[in-house]
Structures are given as C-alpha cells and as structure tokens.
Design a protein around this ligand. Structure first.
Ligand code: PLP
Length: 637
C-alpha cells in the first residue's frame, strides 16, 4: 500500500486487505470492516465463466460503486451545511452535477436519486445533455436547479424554456452576449418567462493546466462591459427581475483555497453590484474546480493534487461570499456549485489485465549460435572490438566491456545492413551484449507489460494532457514487486502506453507474471483509480477498441459483502464498426456469400461453422479474449 501511496489518494474509500488485495470501503470512513469489498472477488465474479454465479464478462471492466457516489454527494452537502451553520450564513447550499463529467444513465440517475433530499440538481452544456437532464430531473426534487450552460442556439433556448414550463427549475446562463436576444425573442414567442443567469469572466486567474478558461482572456463568459449591456437591455424589456443567477468557473482542479477565495470574492462583488443595479439576484453559482488529490501529495503545486479538504473548500466559499455580502448589505445568496470531478471520480475503477511482459530473464542467455561460428563471420573492425571486449573482460574492466560491447553491436548492425552478416549472428550479438550487461551489473531493465486495454478509449486524459491517475495491481500486494515496468496498450500506436505514474515515477513496481501451467500466464489484474470523471465521455475508438464492460456493485449482506446489481458487456466489434458508419449486418451477409461461393468444398457442416464463427466475431468485444471464445477454430473440425 505504501509503495503505491494508497493511503494518500485512496482514503477513505480504498485500502489493502490482509489478502494483499485492494479493498473498497463503500461508505468511506463509516465503512465497517465486514463491509469492505474485496475488488479481486468482484473482478472474478464479473469475469469468470467457471465460478458459480460468474458472469463471464470480458475485461477491461469498469466497476462502479453507487454507494461511493452517494457518500461523495453526501460529504459535499454536509461540508457546505456545516460551513453555513457554523458561520451563521443566512441562506443554503444547493449543488448541481455537471453531466459532462460522466453522462452514464445510471450515474446521473443515481445522483438525482441520492441528492433529491437536499435539492441537488444537474448542469447541462449541450442539447443532448439538456434532454437527459430534463428527463432525469422529472424524478428529482422540484426545487433542484437545472443549469443550462454552453453555447446556445434557438433550439437549445427553446428547449430550456419548455423545461421551465414543465416546472423544472431551469436557468439559462448566458455564455455570450448574443444569446440574450434569442432568449428575449423566444421567450416572448413561447410566452414563457425565463430565469436568466450570466457567466462572468473573472479577472482572477488559475495558473494550472486547467486554468485556461479563467482570466480576462478566457474562452467563456461576459466581460464587465458586456454584463452592463445585458443589464441595460433587460431593463429596456422590463425583464431585469429575470436575471437571478451569477455564474463563473475558474477552471478544474483549483489548487488552493486562497485562489478559490480570491475568485469567489470577486464574483460576490459582481453579484452585489447586480443587486444594486436592480436585478432579481438569488443564486451565486461558483462553477466546478473542487479538486482531487490524484497522487496523494496534498500539494498545491501540482496539477494532479490539491492542498485542501472538502470542508476547507466549502468553508472558504461560504466565508468569501458572506464577507462581501455583509460589507455591501446584500442578502446572502443561495450557493450553487457545479462540482463534477469531486463527485464522480472515486466511484468507478477500471480493471484490466496484463497479458504478457517483455521477458528479461535474470539468468544469462545462452548464445543462439556457436561462439566460434559467430566470431568467424565478423569483419575486421568488429573482430577487433570483440577481441578488445574479451581482453577487458579478463582484466575485469567493466566500463570498457560495455563500451566495446556497444561498438561491436553497432558494427554488426552495419554488417547486417550491408548483407555480410546473417540473422543468426545478429541475434547472437544481441545475446552477447545482454550477457555482458548482466555480468557487469547494469541495473535491471524496465519491463514492458502488455495490457488488454486501450489508453485512447479508457484513459484518454493521459494521452491528451498527461493527466496522471493512480494505477496499481489490485492483488498480490502482500508480495514485494520484483521488477519495474511500463504499460503498453493494445493499439498499434506508439502513444498507446503509460510510462508516467504518480509520484513522478517513469515506471511502476510490478510483480513477475506467473505461469498457470498451461503455457499462459496466470491473471495479473491492474486497476486505474479515480477515473470516474471525464474519461468515459472523452474516450475514442482508436483501432476500433470500444468501451469496457461495466458492473455495478452494491454492499450486501451476502458472504462476500457485495452483490453485482447490473452487468453490461462492452460494445461488440459490430457496435464499434457501426460507430464508423459500417453496416455489420451487410458486412456479415457479404462474407457469408463469399464463404458459400469460395469456401464451398462440399462440406456443408464446415461452412455453417465458418459462418457461425464469423457471426460471433461481430458479436464479441474487440479486446483480447480467451481462446475458448473463438468459434472460428471449430470451423475446420
Ligand atoms: N462547470 C463548468 C462550466 C465547467 O466548465 C466544468 C469543467 O471544466 C465544470 C463545471 C466541472 O468542473 P470540475 O470537474 O472541476 O468540478
């Protein structure tokens, strides 16, 4: 656990149990020991077709814990409630979840259900997000806010106005000044009075990676001048009472409470000025940015960490707004936040398997061809290098040995390229150089573990913005890892690898893969943690690898403390082909006719097997699978 800093980034939800497996604590600090869920048991249950009740799902696998989601939501709410009460704040906190962080139906429905007791709402940034937020909030609290952000057209604004008519507490937040004209026109046409918010471009700037949306030159929001023009226009149309919410977002992963307080205070000043100008202000929406400590370092100098707790965050927000409003004699507004990352990151874990590792056996390799034969093939200069290498070895001069081994290798490669050295000799020189480096004690090389996952599909932020996530084996943690490795994914792309890890490491401590007697290695499962936000929605279909399988796991009184309440296989080859506009049904028919035409050797049974095998290829997931799942192999028999 120490090696992988589990206590730093994982508390209070993840720990290592006495079996050396990662254990999940679904209720955070309130979890009792018998309620801890052994992640390996979940993976076995989900993936193993042989164990009783095994679901036979293919990896990679996302394991979702709705109880963790509930705990995150309740912790956020109670932190704000504590800050409100302890500071004598005269209004309340009422958050929304930005669905862009993870639009999965069950995630959004869970949040609406878990949050309905405290009026928790949703934020949408596009028309499909608004449609899903509208339908989910039909089952939520009637007071829950539905915040409409993002760039808008007539259809988006009309939809948001219809949502108000459906008694959903909808606020249209102006991201651009031009949106106001559409709001005024459409609301008049539909006869629906809007509730309007505006997004302010704050001067406060967050300098981390996620801060480019903040500051005067940020992509979104209205400048001070534009805000004044909006107020004036609303006044002209006698709609100033419709302006009720002020929103800002200074970027994700806000590193410190001092920067947060700075931004919130600036916004509270604007809020107070809008009150003074006669707007019907009720809500201050502080956007997202509540950060996650991905590396457990509690540092404000890193994009993957933050230097505050949930409680410190909430207290800083409440205090900043209270101080400004009290000074200006303005009633305390409802405080809304749009925390995404902080709500959903912990609840899901991506589990994948290492299928092989580049083998660097610790015993010196035997030369693949006889030494004498090898030496005879060497050209003059290479022969001299070989003789120098031998002499240095006899004298015990290690550095010189390495130098000549390197030279010898380079010359042999040149000879090979010229055509004067055979492939066996080229292999022999590689072996010889490895023997030399082992003998002189060059540190063990970094191993490459091949993992059955796509970085582009499941960890896109690592590829796109070098975002680090905690990654570790989910079992064998009672054994000291004996090698270090990087992870190389399934895609045919050199960027499809993970070679940076939390703590600034360029390799990960790993266990040697074990044989299971059948020539294959025993399963070695790795987990990527804290990836519940953004990764699923951002992931693409590079090489046509689709999303992982998904299970939902809840605490139960059963023998294993858990129950799988939902299991969904990942997209099949047919599904991902469809994403790129292929038509799997037609493709199958084309191939079927081809079999009937070309493979017809009179054996009808064999043709039927080939056709069935092809059909199952379309239905199976694109990831590597156990040999038994291939139905084509039975075609010839
Ligand atoms: N609200 C807005 C307007 C955003 O742009 C974002 C993300 O960038 C969020 C909320 C969610 O931010 P976070 O996931 O950091 O809480």
């Amino acid at each position: 656990a120490l090696l992988y800093r589990v206590d730093g980034w994982g508390a209070p939800y993840f720990t290592v149990n006495s079996n050396g497996n990662v254990a999940v604590r679904p209720y955070g600090a309130d979890t009792l020991a018998h309620e801890e869920i052994d992640l390996l048991k979940v993976v076995k249950k989900a993936s193993d077709p042989k164990t009783s009740g095994g679901l036979g799902l293919q990896l990679p696998l996302v394991v979702r814990f709705p109880d963790v989601l509930k705990n995150r939501l309740e912790s956020l709410q109670s932190s704000f409630e504590f800050a409100v009460q302890s500071q004598g704040y005269q209004s309340h906190y009422q958050g929304v979840y930005p669905v862009k962080c993870n639009q999965d139906k069950f995630v959004v429905e869970d949040i609406v259900k878990f949050g309905s007791g405290f009026r928790f709402g949703l934020e949408a940034g596009s028309k499909p997000e608004l449609l899903l937020a509208m339908s989910c909030l039909c089952n939520g609290s009637p007071d829950a806010l539905l915040i409409c952000n993002g760039f808008k057209d007539v259809e988006y604004i009309s939809l948001a106005l219809v949502a108000r008519k459906l008694q959903l507490n909808t606020v249209i937040v102006l991201e651009q000044e031009e949106e106001l004209d559409i709001v005024i026109n459409v609301s008049e046409k539909l006869g629906i009075r809007p509730v309007i918010g505006l997004r302010a471009k704050l001067r406060t700037k967050h300098s981390g990676h996620f801060g480019s949306t903040s500051g005067e030159k940020g992509k979104f929001g209205l400048t001070t001048m534009q805000i004044l023009r909006v107020v004036k226009k609303l006044q002209q149309y006698e709609m100033l009472d419709c302006l009720q919410l002020l929103h800002f977002h200074i970027g994700s992963q806000i590193p410190s409470t001092s920067l947060l307080a700075d931004g919130v205070s600036e916004a509270a000043q604007i809020y107070s000025e809008l009150v003074r100008l006669g707007a019907g202000m009720r809500v201050i929406d502080i956007g997202g940015g509540l950060g996650i400590d991905y590396d457990g370092s509690k540092s404000q100098d890193s994009d993957v960490s933050v230097a505050y707790t949930l409680q410190e965050y909430a207290s800083a927000v409440v205090e900043s707004i209270r101080l400004v409003c009290d000074r200006k004699g303005v009633s305390h507004p409802i405080i809304c936040s749009e925390s995404g990352r902080a709500i959903v990151s912990h609840h899901s874990i991506l589990v994948f398997q290492a299928v092989s590792a580049s083998s660097h056996d610790s015993s010196p390799p035997a030369l693949s061809v006889g030494l004498q034969y090898f030496v005879e093939q060497l050209a003059d200069e290479a022969l001299i290098d070989y003789q120098n290498l031998s002499a240095a070895a006899i004298r015990g001069e290690h550095e010189t040995c390495l130098l000549y081994a390197d030279k010898l290798k380079q010359r042999c490669v040149e000879q090979f390229k010229e055509g004067s050295l055979g492939i066996e000799q080229l292999a022999a020189v590689d072996d010889l150089c490895e023997v030399v480096s082992k003998a002189v004690g060059v540190p063990d090389p970094i191993h490459t573990y091949h993992v059955n996952v796509s970085v582009f599909t499941s960890i896109p932020d690592f590829w796109g913005i070098q975002q680090l996530f905690p990654i570790l084996p989910i079992h064998r943690l009672d054994e000291t890892p004996s090698v270090r490795g990087i992870l190389s994914d399934l895609t045919c792309d050199s960027d499809g690898k993970i070679d940076k890890f939390i703590g600034g490491e360029s390799s990960l401590p790993l266990h040697k893969l074990e044989g299971n007697g059948g020539g294959e290695c025993a399963p070695y499962y790795l987990g990527m943690f804290l990836g519940g936000a953004y990764e699923e929605a951002l992931g693409g279909v590079h090489n046509l690898f689709g999303g992982p399988s998904v299970v939902r796991v809840s605490q139960s009184d059963g023998p294993h403390s858990f129950a799988v309440t939902r299991a969904m296989p990942g997209p099949s080859c047919g599904d991902v082909l469809r994403v790129m506009h292929h038509e799997p049904e037609l493709m199958f028919q084309t191939l079927k006719h081809r079999v009937e035409e070309y493979a017809d050797d009179g054996d009808v049974k064999s043709n039927v097997s080939i056709i069935n095998g092809l059909a199952s290829c379309f239905n199976n997931m694109p990831y590597l699978a156990a040999a038994e799942t291939c139905r084509l192999t039975t075609a010839g028999s």
